[in-house]
Ligand binder design. Structure first.
Ligand SMILES: Cc1cc2nc3c(=O)[nH]c(=O)nc-3n(C[C@H](O)[C@H](O)[C@H](O)COP(=O)(O)O)c2cc1C
Length: 266
């Protein structure tokens, strides 16, 4: 069971969240690209405003030109308008977004090359996840630079976790093409949310040998996560989200396993 956060700790944790700010050295504060990267937030409230076509194409271009292992470009992007999302999935685009990209790892397209190598589904899967995620982040940052906000989702709003089997059937995905995330794009409706609790640099960054996490820092972070989750979604809780994952993860794991073992054309 997760720890309980009492009222005093709840308020203290929210205060700590609100005090969290990107650390930018004063000498770099005017750097516009840095500002874009650091001000990005996951946005979950979008305005009823269309993304112009040139802006949308520039966002996709950022994905197309992303770096990848041996330039293999092991990704596919399925694009949606709010209308085509509704027609495909029978539900509105989450958070009233304007456009979406479903980002997939794709090792199907490079089957012929992969067939030259020993069977290594885990390696190809990992490379595809790395590359497609970099493309996702490139699209996310390009959007941000153009004033368009976004949120990455590990689902389509249907099952709560990856929706792999469902999407395979719905989008007729061949083996070796596996959904990773949906990025919902739109213009933010209102100010950006506060920065969720980020671990301090000395918890995630080390020189030399690995540094074990500091239990007090991790406990503090968890309190902030629980309090922040409750503040953002008063009708739910961080614990309820974990329970949802507990119930969905077995099916998602089985669906994914069946998809990453693609048949070689050798
Ligand atoms: C791969 C991935 C999947 C995510 N899935 C969801 C999701 O299903 N629902 C959601 O509300 N946010 C989702 N998020 C957004 C994270 O909750 C968010 O990135 C995190 O809380 C940090 O906040 P920030 O993006 O504002 O820094 C996802 C983020 C990533 C990178």
């Amino acid at each position: 069971m997760l720890k309980k956060v009492g009222p005093f700790e709840f308020v203290r944790s929210l205060r700590r969240i609100l005090a969290g700010k990107p650390q930018i050295p004063p000498s770099l504060q005017d750097n516009q690209l840095l500002q874009v990267i650091l001000r990005r937030r996951s946005v979950r409230r979008f305005a009823a405003r269309d993304i112009p076509e040139d802006v949308w194409q520039a966002i996709l271009e950022a994905g197309r030109l992303a770096p990848s292992t041996v330039n293999l470009q092991t990704w596919s992007f399925a694009t949606f308008t709010a209308r085509s999302w509704q027609a495909t999935f029978g539900s509105p685009l989450p958070f009233k977004g304007n456009r979406a990209v479903l980002v997939m790892g794709d090792i199907h397209r490079q089957q012929a090359l992969a067939a030259q190598l020993p069977d290594s589904p885990l390696i190809f899967y990992t490379l595809a996840v790395i590359n497609a995620s970099l493309a996702a982040m490139a699209m996310n940052l390009a959007a941000e630079a153009l004033g368009v906000s976004s949120v990455m989702l590990s689902e389509t709003g249907r099952s709560g976790l990856l929706d792999i089997g469902y999407l395979k059937q719905k989008l007729e995905l061949p083996d070796g093409v596996f959904p990773l995330m949906t990025i919902v794009f739109g213009y933010a409706n209102g100010p950006y949310p506060p920065m969720p609790p980020k671990l301090p640099l000395d918890q995630v960054c080390f020189e030399g040998k690995y540094r074990e996490p500091d239990p007090a820092v991790m406990e503090d972070w968890l309190s902030q996560m629980i309090a922040g989750y409750k503040a953002m979604r008063p009708l739910s809780s961080f614990e309820a989200q974990l329970r949802l994952y507990q119930s969905k993860i077995g099916q998602a794991e089985a669906d994914l396993r069946s998809m990453i073992y693609f048949k070689k054309s050798r």
